[in-house]
Write a protein that binds this ligand. Sequence first.
Ligand code: G3I
Length: 750
Amino acid sequence: MSNCRRLVISFLPLFVALLPCGMSGTQNQPLRASAEQRGFFIGAAVAVSPFRNEPIYRETLGREFNIIVAENAFKWDSVRPSRTTFNFRDTDALVDFAQASNMKIRGHTLVWHNQIPGWLTNGNFSRDEVIAILREHILTFVGRYKGRVWAWDVVNEAVDDSTGGLRTGSFWYQKIGPDYLRLAFEFAREADPGAKLYYNDYSSEGLNTKSNGVFNLVSSLKSQGIPIDGVGWQMHQVNGFRMQPANRTNAKRLAELGLEISITEMDVRINLPTTPEKLAEQAQAYRDAINFCLTEPNCKALLMWGFTDKYSWIPAFFSGFGDALIYDMSYQPKPAYFALKEVLEQGRQQRSPANYDESKVGAYTLPDPLILNDGKPVRTATDWTKRRRPEILELFEAKVYGRSPQPPKDISYEVFDLDEHVLDGKAIRKQVTIHLSPKKDGPKEDLLMYLPTGSRKPVPMILSLNFSGNQAATADPRIKLATVWNPRTHEKQQASEQSRGRAQDPIEKILARGYAFGTICYQDIEPDFKGGYVHGIRPPLFKPGQTEPAPDDWGAIGVWSYGLGRALDYLEKDKDIDSKRVAIMGHSRLGKTVLWAGAMDRRFAMVLSSCSGEGGASLARRNYGETIRNLADAFPYWFCANFAKYADHADQLPVDMHELIALIAPRPVYVTGGETDRWADPKGEFLACVAAGPVYRLLGAQDLGTDQMPALDQPIMQTIAYHIHTGGHAVTAFDWDQFLTFADKHLRAH
Ligand code: G3I
C-alpha cells in the first residue's frame, strides 16, 4: 500500500463525519443525533420506577433523547420527607444518568402548589419560617447540582386560568404573598448562577387570558430585574391539536423580553380506542410542534411528558383517554415518533441542500480588502498594517471565530522526555507538557518534537495539529499515549496502543530536509463536540461573573489556535528551535485552525492549510458544497455564536475568506484542495487565494500570478501557493512533498 493511500484512509472517519446529511444515511439515527446536529434538545420526562426496573426503558431514554426531566422525583413530596431531611436518592440517580449519557436535565419543580408534603402544609409556619424553609430548600437542592442541571422550573403554574392574575389559593401565595416568585428566582440564581431559570405553565402557549397572564407576570419579573431566563409551555394537548399563528406571536413577544422558551411537557391524548387514523393525526400534532421549535429561534427544547404509553399520567387523570406519547406500550415507535424523526432530519436537508452545480453558484461580490471601512482606499503597506489589517481582524473576531483572550504570562512547561538518539541516530525526540494557564492542574497540551541531529544552529520547525494523539504520528512506543474523548459518550479515555503510527506523518523526510517536526493533539486543548468547551481552557479564562461564552467569544477554532500560540511561546524558549521560522500545518477543521492562528499571531512564519473548506479558505459567498448553514447546524461551537447569524446570509458577512488569507500576508501560505472533496469546494479555496493577491502585492510579496484554476497535481507556488491533489479530503504524500518544497523556498532550511 502506498504511503499516500494509507494517509487517505487515516482521515476517512473525519471525511464521513463531514458528509452532508443527505449523504451520510440517517435511517437508523436516533432522535437525539439529528437534534444534536441542529443544536436542539429533544427529551422526555422520566418515571423513576421503570427507570430503575425496566432496562428497555432506560436504554430507550439514553439512546433517543438528549434531555430529560423527572416526572415526579424532583418535587417536594419526593425530595423532602421532613423539614430536616432531604432524600436525594432518585434525584442523584437521574442527574448522574443524564451526565453519563451526555444529556441535559431540567429540574421540575421548586415551587408548585401540588405535591407539597403534609409537614409543610400542616405545619402552621409563619411567613418568615416558610421563606426560610423555601430558601433552605432551593439553596440545598439547586446548590447540590450546581453546574449539572441545565434549567430549573423555578415556579410552576402560578397563574390562574380564568383571571390571568396570580393563583391566590396556593400554599405559597397564602403564606408568603406575591413576593414568593421573586424570592424563589433570586434563591435559585444565588444557588446556581449558571442554570437557566424558567417559569412553567399549561395553556400558556397560545394567546388567551392565561397566556396573557403569564406574559404579564414574566414581563413584570423582567422589568424588576428578577432573574428569569425562559418560559416553559407544558402543552398537554388533545388529539387534533395544531400549532397556530398565535403561538408564533406569543413566542416572539417573549423573545422580545429576552426570554427563551421550551416545550416542557408535551403529550397528545387520544380519545380511546386508538385507530390508525387517530395515530396519524397525533403524528401531525407532534410534527407541527417540532417544526415550530426548529423554526422559532428562541425555542431551545421540546420535552414530552414521558415517552411510552406504558407510563403516562393521562389514563389516571382523563378517563377514556390515553396513548398520548410517541412509543406504544411495548416500546414500539408510533407514527408520532417517525414524524419527529423526519422533521429533525429532513428539516436540516431542506434548509441546506448542497449545490454541486457550477452553473448554480450565482453571482457574488467579495468585500474589497483594500478599501477601509470609511470607504477610502488602502494605498500603502503602512495603510494596510496600521489601519486596514486591524479592521479586518476585528471583523473576523467579532463575527467569525470570536475574540481570543491574551494568554496569561506565567505559563510553565515541563520537558518530560528527551532522547538524543532516536530514528537510528538521525533524530532527537523531546516531549513537553505545556500548561495552557497558570494552573498546573488546569488544561495542558503535550508537544511531541523530533529534531534532526547534528545541526549546530537552531532549526526551523513544521508544527502540526493532529486529530487523534501524538502517538499516531509514528510507531515509537516511547511517545506518550494521548488522552482523547470518546466521540459517542464524550468520556475521556486513553488512546489505544493500536493507534500508534496510524497517521504516518513523514517525519524522516521532514528531518532529512533540515526541519524539526512538532505535533500537538487538538483534543488536548479542547474536545471537539458541542458543549465540550467546559472541559477546556475557556471557563478558566472567563471574565469575573461570566458563566458561558458571549456571542463574540472565541469558539473551538480560536481555542485550538491558542494551543498553537502557547506551543510557540515554548519554542521561543527552546534553544534548539528557530522560533522565527515555524510553519504551522493542519487538515480540514485544523486547516481552518492554522489559517486563523496564522492570521492572529504574526510570529508564525508560514501556514500550510489542507482541505480547510467552508469556514477556512473557501469563499463563504460562493454557493458550492458546504455552507455556513451547514456549519451552524453541525458545528456551531467551532465559531463564535455571532457567526450563525450569517447561516442563510453569507452575502451579509462583512468579510470573506480571501481576507483571512490576506491577514497572513506577506507571510507564505499554502492552501490545498482535493479533486473529489467537493464538499470543501476546492475552487472556492483557489478563488480565495486569488482574491487575497492584491494584499500580497501591496506588501511586496507574490500573488498566485493567475486566476485560472490549475490542473490536478499542478502546484502554483508563489508567496501564496495552491494545488488541488488527486483524491479527496486528505493530506497526501504529494501534499507533504509540496509543503517541503515551499518551506525550502521560504524558510530556507539549507
Ligand atoms: O407516591 C404515591 C404512591 O405512594 C402511591 O402508591 C400512588 C398511588 O396512586 O400514588 C403516588 O402518587 C402519585 C404520583 O403522581 C406519583 O406517581 C399521585 O397520586 C399522583 O397524583 C401523581 O400525579 C402526578 C401529578 O403531576 C400530580 O399533580 C403525575 O404523575 C405527574 O405526571 C403530574 O405532572 C404534572 C407536572 O408536574 C406539572 N404539569 C402538569 C403535569 C400533569 O399533571
